[in-house]
Design a protein around this ligand. Sequence first.
Ligand SMILES: Cc1cc2nc3c(=O)[nH]c(=O)nc-3n(C[C@H](O)[C@H](O)[C@H](O)COP(=O)(O)O)c2cc1C
Length: 173
Amino acid sequence: MDIRWDMFIETEVPKDELIISRTDLNGIITYANETFARISGYEVEELIGKPHNILRHPDMPKRVFKELWDTIKSGKSWSGYVKNLRKDRGYYWVFAEVSGVYKDGKLVEYKSMRSWVPKEKRIEMQYKYDDIRYQDRENVRGVSYIEADIYDKLIQKARDEGISVEELIKKLI
Ligand SMILES: Cc1cc2nc3c(=O)[nH]c(=O)nc-3n(C[C@H](O)[C@H](O)[C@H](O)COP(=O)(O)O)c2cc1C
């Protein structure tokens, strides 16, 4: 079981900026603009040469990316909402448009332009993707509140056992 504690800090893409990248035909990043680096928390140099799925957030259903690849491989352009994972494990939402780059009529690369998403849309898409992952029997995100006293006990017990709270909860489930 995989429990994550650290993915809830949102970065907002500025309304007047675009995140731009290009990849080779296998999805390896060949170009990244400054906005891409700043919003994802990476340096441009770190992004180049990496597969685009380093940004993949566990809240994204697999079928969204299957549809993306099926569409762009067939020569059409794809657009949709994507929740991305930052280097520091925070996240940011984008509206992405992905399409082919052609040279002399031949497909040589893919390019993507990503922009700001209104707050209401981000909430709507979060619910939609949560539903899809549940339907597809993928990972399900659960949020729960526990009393501070219980949390203190968990910390104490984890300390006694010499493990992290996360490991203790995994053991208890
Ligand atoms: C031009 C281009 C841009 C992409 N942008 C993203 C992105 O911003 N975030 C993301 O998770 N995947 C993006 N992808 C899709 C990834 O290549 C990958 O399919 C996805 O992260 C899912 O990972 P997986 O295929 O290893 O399951 C992009 C692909 C291309 C061709």
